[in-house]
Every structure is written in structure tokens, then in C-alpha cells.
Unconditional design. Structure first.
Length: 76
């Protein structure tokens, strides 16, 4: 197995570092999602794990709730 394949298989969607979450979201059709956008969302109340990582399911639910309530979209 290549080093890249090994590191990708080790990603845990329930505990991604902000940088990895931004890269994954950007590659998966999230457009220009950046680390700065995620950090702005965290400052605005997006949930994080105790160690500062992001659970993609919890983050996505937060984004959907924010949009439904008329709040800012990702990174605004």
C-alpha cells in the first residue's frame, strides 16, 4: 500500500483535524472550502471535539441548521 493510500485510510471522519476537514470538503464538491472558513465557522459556534478536531456528521448538521435558521452559510 502506498504512503498516500495508507494516510487516507487512516482518516477518521469523526475526528478530523481542521486542515484535513477543509481539504476533504474542498475535494468532495464543497467548492473552495478553506481552513480559514472552517475556523470562522468554529468561532461562530460550529461544534468541535474536545481535542479541536471536527466530526463531519456533527459539522454538517450544524451547517444545515444554520442555513435553515437563516444564518450565514459556510465560512461567511
Amino acid at each position: 500500500m502506498s504512503e498516500r493510500a495508507s494516510s487516507q485510510s487512516a482518516l477518521n471522519p469523526a475526528a478530523l483535524p481542521v486542515e484535513a476537514a477543509a481539504a476533504l470538503l474542498a475535494r468532495s464538491g464543497g467548492g473552495g472550502v478553506t481552513v480559514e472558513m472552517l475556523r470562522a465557522d468554529i468561532e461562530a459556534g460550529a461544534p468541535t471535539n474536545a481535542d479541536g478536531t471536527i466530526n463531519l456528521v456533527h459539522y454538517t448538521a450544524w451547517v444545515v441548521r444554520e442555513i435553515a435558521q437563516g444564518g450565514p452559510s459556510v465560512g461567511d
